[in-house]
Design a protein around this ligand. Structure first.
Ligand SMILES: *Cc1c(COP(=O)(O)O)cnc(C)c1O
Length: 432
């Protein structure tokens, strides 16, 4: 499979180079030259297959021979060593729980898969050592740190804003050691992000280290997110109903992977992009005008994005046809009060505990299902409620049980390097 840059179709790349670069030299996102159509026989077979077989058959199409089968299967097995259950919340509404991985966020899937691919490309030879440099506002850092932990030939450097991530998130970044280094920046997330961007343009650093990023525009993080839509379908096929999926969206990578799965032939009838107050796409679907905005802060902070980077991929998937996009995709936006009210009322009514992101997803689904009785709806639960402990416990007025992954973390010592300027970062990367 070749991948082209969305800024210039003439620039193409194989999977390996696209993953190592992250973004094309002209700053375009990579997109597959062809969307593979899966056979009807395969789709019919899905309920009988196990999740690693499904994943292999889906993802192999996009990797071809660039990773040998045995290696690819090992990467997939390691990526998916946890469950993706669809839990029935109430009649015709299910929650696809994506939070059973090591850092309790759906980003574990993309981060682990990318770590496996990059690790393989390094082991194979001519790349040399690679430094993964990322800025995080919360969940990305933990998933990336955990996914890349101990991968030979890779150093991970994570910048996070001091005092602006939750205690659990900070522990996930700062307690691993080995090849993972956490830099605690005296500044905001945007300042962390700006430092990372500057480092990528700094030739002194480039001469010394091979840098790559691990954010959601990287193909190796984006593509594997398709897999859990297939795993959900495995559990839902027997319902014999139309299916709608509601995806709490920030940078729109997750929902874009779902739309790609659908385009490949997975029988999902409708997608809903559920947003918090950051409603750029909601407005776009109303007006056909795309106007990015500065992000506003909400309780579902992993979705505080005013200019979603993967949206260009969605436009491409629909061949730039606004009318067909609007037919297949709905988008709704909710403020924090509505989100809290949803967490409260669903807990009261059913006993199910949602995190703020899942709650936004639930609200979008509810709105869509209001007038459509022939659907079974699924919202994606993208993070475990414990990651937003205070917010969630406040709403449901109860303590939530801390999962084992977190309990063991809380006793570990934080280790970080405090920095405040770009020069501090540069000094660190140059080994001064
Ligand atoms: C990253 C994240 C999202 C947003 O996913 P996108 O792919 O950026 O749309 C939603 N919920 C949680 C918990 C996240 O960490």
């Amino acid at each position: 499979m070749r991948y082209f840059s969305l800024n210039n179709r003439e620039h193409t790349s194989n999977f390996e180079d696209a993953v190592v670069r992250g973004i094309a030299p002209d700053k375009g996102l990579y997109f597959p030259e062809k969307v593979i159509k899966l056979s009807e026989d395969f789709i019919k077979e899905i309920p009988q297959l196990d999740q690693t077989e499904i994943a292999y058959k889906v993802i192999k199409n996009y990797i071809g021979d660039e990773i040998p089968d045995l290696e690819l299967k090992a990467i997939i097995t390691k990526t998916l060593d946890f469950e993706f259950p669809v839990v029935e919340v109430k009649d015709n509404v299910g929650s696809l729980e994506l939070f059973h991985g090591p850092t309790l966020a759906f980003k574990d899937v993309g981060a682990r898969f990318m770590a496996g691919c990059l690790g393989y490309f390094i082991k194979k030879g001519n790349l040399g050592n690679v430094t993964v440099l990322v800025a995080t506002s919360g969940d990305t850092g933990g998933a990336v740190a955990n996914g890349f932990l101990g991968v030979e030939g890779i150093d991970v450097v994570i910048l996070y804003p001091k005092g602006k991530v939750s205690e659990i998130q900070e522990k996930q970044l700062t307690t691993l050691g080995e090849n993972i280094k956490a830099l605690e920046v005296d500044g905001t997330f945007d300042e962390c992000q700006a430092m990372v961007k500057q480092a990528f343009l700094d030739s002194e650093i480039q001469n010394k280290r091979k840098l790559t990023s691990a954010n959601s525009i990287n193909l190796a993080r984006w593509l594997p997110q398709m897999i859990y839509y297939f795993i959900a379908y495995k559990q839902l096929a027997k319902k014999n109903k139309k299916l709608a999926f509601s995806v709490p969206s920030g940078n729109f990578g997750n929902i874009c992977a779902g739309l790609l799965a659908r385009e490949m032939g997975l029988p999902i009838d409708h997608f809903i992009a559920s947003n918090n107050a950051n409603d750029t796409v909601v407005n776009y679907l109303k007006t056909e005008k795309y106007e990015s905005k500065p992000s506003v802060q909400t309780i579902s902070n992993a979705m505080d994005v005013g200019d979603p980077s993967n949206f260009v991929r969605i436009i491409e998937l629909f061949n730039n046809e606004f009318s067909s996009l609007r037919k297949e995709l709905s988008a709704y936006s909710y403020d924090d009060d509505q989100t809290k009210e949803a967490m409260r009322s669903i807990f009261k009514e059913t006993g199910y505990v949602m995190d703020p992101h899942g709650a936004v997803g639930y609200l979008g689904l509810k709105e869509f299902l209001k007038t459509r009785k022939d659907y079974y709806g699924v919202f994606l639960e993208t993070a475990h409620p414990v990651k937003f402990l205070d917010t969630v416990e406040n709403e449901i007025d109860q303590k939530i049980k801390i999962p084992a992954q977190i309990r063991s973390l809380m006793d570990k010592q934080k280790e970080s390097l405090q920095i405040s300027t770009y020069n501090d970062l540069k000094g660190y990367l140059l080994g001064n």
